[in-house]
Design a protein around this ligand. Sequence first.
Ligand SMILES: Nc1ncnc2c1ncn2[C@@H]1O[C@H](COP(=O)(O)OP(=O)(O)OP(=O)(O)O)[C@@H](O)[C@H]1O
Ligand SMILES: Cc1ncc(C[n+]2csc(CCOP(=O)(O)O)c2C)c(N)n1
Ligand SMILES: [Mg+2]
Ligand SMILES: [Mg+2]
Ligand SMILES: [Mg+2]
Length: 324
Amino acid sequence: MGLGEFDRIARFFRPLAQGLAGALDLADDAALLDPGPGRDLVVTTDAMVESVHYLPGEDPARLARKLLRVNLSDLAAKGATPLAYTLTTALPSQPDDSWIARFVEGLAADQAEYGIGLLGGDSVKTPGPAMLSVTAFGTVPKGAMLRRAAAKAGDDLYASGTLGDGALGLRAARGDLQALAADAVEALALRYHLPQPRLALGAALVGIAHAAMDLSDGLPGDLPHICAASGVAAEVELARLPLSDAARAAVAADPALQAVAWAGGDDYELLFTAPVEARSAVEAAASATGTPVGRIGRIAAGQGVRLLDPQGRPVESLAGWQHF
Ligand SMILES: Nc1ncnc2c1ncn2[C@@H]1O[C@H](COP(=O)(O)OP(=O)(O)OP(=O)(O)O)[C@@H](O)[C@H]1O
Ligand SMILES: Cc1ncc(C[n+]2csc(CCOP(=O)(O)O)c2C)c(N)n1
Ligand SMILES: [Mg+2]
Ligand SMILES: [Mg+2]
Ligand SMILES: [Mg+2]
């Protein structure tokens, strides 16, 4: 028999709230959060469901870190510095305390890594698969949050890091990439399990980038959001998409994986636009934060996204992740 709901909160979750005065020891109806003078509060929520967002049997510590990181990635995309988060767990009716202990280990590790604390949350049971949800809070200088709606015709379009590793990494984690060398399989799976939110780059792009978002559903799914929000069109040269050595090896071993590498999903890289005059400022932000950044296309007047294959032909068949 596991602990009761409130003993479980006190034992496992309260230590994660220490050091965050507004969390009130996880013993009140709500928490308090002060963004500080001259700062705006930035708020984002993402949930993860077993078998939809992560594989059954996943290490709870690694799962906890991914849950935090997908949310921190949205803060990064807004140029925000993370402050705190709330956590909702919907777990099968008899929660296993050793599972929760390991989940909390993962949260503690990334709290330390990113300088954040647990502000509160909710614990419920479910007859369905586990569902875990985080709401992350960050701050930006007042009025400076990066937005999807700020792209301008003529802007360059950039992506950080490498794309496609997360989606290929899911296949690697499932054991589907048998033809690939073990070190490449491991590198891809790690990118699926443990994204790297681009917080330093996001903050450095405040005042430089026009529009920004993070890539979670894959470039063909996500870029149309910037275009629609900004009332512009975009053109991407797929040959310019930055692919890791492991992703290139996977595509070389199985050319059918090219679409997976391009369409991505689970990337948690930044997609952003900036005026041509800001090229050296973008490069400086990239090098100051140690984040690779590649120019992958451009923004134009009009609407819609054109993806061009390496021969310059439009590709219509790539789609992003959608739940329904
Ligand atoms: N159930 C909902 N209620 C209110 N707003 C929602 C709901 N679902 C999504 N949204 C809002 O829709 C917008 C897009 O959400 P979406 O989840 O696609 O963004 P994202 O987190 O950047 O992408 P991803 O979920 O793939 O990481 C956000 O402003 C989000 O707050
Ligand atoms: C086991 C498993 N199967 C498939 C996927 C792929 N996937 C699921 S949701 C999502 C988009 C982001 O989620 P959301 O839009 O819900 O925030 C992606 C790319 C995965 N991660 N794990
Ligand atoms: Mg979301
Ligand atoms: Mg998100
Ligand atoms: Mg996002």
